[in-house]
Design a protein around this ligand. Sequence first.
Ligand SMILES: NC(=O)c1ccc[n+]([C@@H]2O[C@H](COP(=O)([O-])OP(=O)(O)OC[C@H]3O[C@@H](n4cnc5c(N)ncnc54)[C@H](O)[C@@H]3O)[C@@H](O)[C@H]2O)c1
Length: 345
Amino acid sequence: MKVLVTGGCGFLGSHVCEYYRKMGEEVVSFDNLTKHELMRTGYDVEGARFYNWNNLKEKGVSLIEGDIQSREDLFEVIKDCNYIIHTAAQPAMTIAIENPELDLATNVVGTFNVLEAARKYDIPVVNCSTIHVYGNKINETIKEGNTKFIREPPAIDEDHPILQGKLTPLHASKRTTEIYVQTYIDTYGLEAATFRLTGMYGPRQFGGEDHGWVANFAIRTVLNLPIKILGTDKQVRDILYASDAASAFDAFYKNRKSGLYNIGGGIDNIISLGECLELLRKITGVEQDIRFEPARLGDLWYFVCDITKAKEKLKWEPKVSNEKGIKKLVDWVKENIVLFRGEKR
Ligand SMILES: NC(=O)c1ccc[n+]([C@@H]2O[C@H](COP(=O)([O-])OP(=O)(O)OC[C@H]3O[C@@H](n4cnc5c(N)ncnc54)[C@H](O)[C@@H]3O)[C@@H](O)[C@H]2O)c1
């Protein structure tokens, strides 16, 4: 089978490419290699940008530099594929607020083009959304525990009301992609799903302040740089290790139950920012310099996915524990330390 991964040179996309290459499948990555987010991290931009490209090349992935906003290029690569995994996106809330047009063009127009290609050639497709679409009104339903916020019931399922609370352009663009996916399922009978993804982490994640907080904490811990907490370290996620996220896409391909799914670590992988920092201290032996700053607009202080639907319909569940996954992330950061030593820190 031939798998097309849009955004294949990104964090999640690279793990999806790797997953299918390990299974012996033909894999094509279609990525515009944007440096927009990397330029803001202070890392070695060129080194970081081409890290996944070089890594995937060694693994035998076909690499195409192209933009999902160019329908012609996209249709050309998609036409003889058997499965499309659409991870290309503008994923950061901060960048969406600063540049709503980039966010709209990448997320909405780009996803529309991917769906049009999928419809034309009748190819199953999975779109990536985010748990942010539920909205930050969830912050009003949580209580403060000793080390983290708590909520009853702890996990939130797909029937929970969406877009509650203060909205940002990222809420608008990501929710729009979900509506289009459902529209193509209902109107054209396309086999398709949207994954509402939780915070993911793992090797090959160049996490900065905009997006990828677990990696950002790990990198800054290993480099002994100050770590910024926006608001409180009691914020909670059910984090998901990259290879577990990658296997969810294959679960959809095998089971073909179209629709919307929460994909996260679930209640077994709940962690607060403070607990994550503690785990990193234990793994590295580094006492971090932690600084508190005010919370940001749109921040969601608590989210834990109820993954029952994905377990039942896709026969998928995460396997990697937070301890094991974070250790692997730290090992990767240490092996590639030179990439994170930029001028601007
Ligand atoms: N990382 C997370 O924790 C997280 C959480 C929730 C949802 N998601 C979603 O998962 C998906 C993947 O996220 P990620 O963390 O791997 O992001 P990423 O930024 O690491 O990767 C995205 C890739 O898409 C590419 N891209 C951007 N614009 C493009 C365009 N116009 N044409 C072609 N390629 C383009 C980028 O070059 C990049 O390689 C996104 O949809 C994101 O919103 C991620």
